[in-house]
Design a binder for this molecule. Structure first.
Ligand SMILES: Nc1ncnc2c1ncn2[C@@H]1O[C@H](COP(=O)(O)OP(=O)(O)OP(=O)(O)O)[C@@H](O)[C@H]1O
Ligand SMILES: [Mg+2]
Length: 342
């Protein structure tokens, strides 16, 4: 049965298209390491649990890794109360001990989560974590531990987190933007030492091995598309167009494919073609790519490396039109080196 006939209605097909996901080697590796941390209180019976930090730019796929892992550990309601194997919460802004402990209490179902002193709330959180048999705590948006205005690492929340790990022996997984790395580096060696697993999600690299992984990812995605015919997404030339449009960032790749599939299903088309991909690119991605001068789905043949080189040379020319000094005081060549890794 083809993927097209498996789903009966247009709506079902659109929902299916929007739920497609695929793995890649680092995705699986992070899942395995979260599992190691999760069960480390059993394996490291005499020492602290292992914890994990996952960093990555916006849209790199961090939260999706949590969602995938958590599918196997659903919350259960019993006569004795809730069993919550994994507690997940984004870290509130501004990150305060009170805000963080309240977020955890709320997730554990404490109706009075915002009542009491911080000490009292912390002690209630410890009790509830035990009562709900929590095995893993996942905190998203870890970069909120850096104060936005002053850029200082908020040491009091770091200390609170360290005590949480020491007192409860529950492993913690943190997700955040790349700057989160600094929190563990500059502040708190006692906290840092607990984070024995660290990973960074980066876009698919634009080199031979990166493009091989990228094409495999596209091929896995294509297998799941609820469309009647193959779109050839992983063909070299199509993959290069998609890469140029998205720079290998998962969020952009999936916007292109999910929105493209949605349009194709609505228009009763059998596959994704250049026209549909161009429509999605124009509507949803182009504004994110102000320094791209090639239309990846309009050109007859994309000169992949040439297009990237042209974008850089255009940027250089734009920079020369100024006074040669960027607003931040860096020289033009210094800034270009930072922007493009030259
Ligand atoms: N492995 C994957 N397969 C398919 N789609 C994915 C995958 N990983 C992420 N996505 C999609 O990419 C988009 C961004 O993913 P996600 O929200 O996990 O990123 P994030 O790193 O948490 O971003 P942010 O820092 O903005 O919170 C989502 O639409 C998500 O569904
Ligand atoms: Mg996220």
């Amino acid at each position: 049965m083809s993927k097209d006939t498996k789903y009966a209605t247009t709506k079902e097909k659109i929902i299916a298209a929007n739920q497609i996901y695929a793995t890649y080697p680092l995705f699986n590796r992070v899942l395995e390491d979260i599992y190691e941390c999760h069960y480390s209180p059993e394996t490291n019976a005499d020492s602290d649990p292992d914890c994990l930090l996952l960093i990555g730019e916006a849209g790199a796929g961090k939260t999706t890794i949590y969602k995938t892992y958590a599918q196997n550990y659903p919350r259960q309601e019993t006569d004795e109360g809730s069993i919550v194997p994994i507690v997940y919460t984004p870290i509130p802004v501004p990150a305060t001990v009170k805000g963080l402990v309240e977020a955890i209490l709320k997730k554990l179902g404490d109706p009075l989560y915002n009542k009491g002193t911080t000490t009292n709330q912390t002690s209630r959180a410890y009790d509830l974590l035990a009562a709900c048999q929590v095995e893993l705590i996942v905190l998203d948006e870890f970069h909120h531990f850096i104060d936005r205005e002053s850029q200082r690492v908020l040491r009091n929340v770091c200390d609170w987190l360290k005590n949480l790990i020491l007192n409860t022996r529950i492993p913690v997984v943190l997700f955040g933007l790349p700057e989160s790395k600094r929190i563990l580096e500059v502040d708190n060696s006692q906290l840092s030492r607990r984070f024995t697993y660290r990973h960074e999600l980066i876009p698919f690299p634009r080199n031979d091995s990166g493009m091989k992984l990228f094409r495999q990812f596209l091929s896995d995605i294509e297998e799941q598309l609820p469309l009647a015919e193959k779109s050839g997404l992983a063909n070299k030339s199509m993959a290069e167009r998609i890469y140029y449009a998205t720079d290998g960032t998962i969020a952009h790749i999936m916007t292109l494919i999910r929105k493209g599939a949605t349009l194709a299903i609505k228009q009763d088309l059998k596959r994704l073609d250049l026209e549909i991909l161009n429509t999605v690119y124009e509507r949803h991605l182009k504004h994110e790519k102000p320094f791209k001068y090639t239309e990846p789905f309009l050109v007859k043949r994309l000169d992949f490396e040439g297009s990237y080189a042209f974008d850089i040379s255009k940027q250089r020319r734009r920079a020369f039109m100024g006074d040669g000094i960027f607003r931040n005081g860096r020289s033009q060549s210094q800034s270009l080196s930072l922007c493009f890794g030259l």
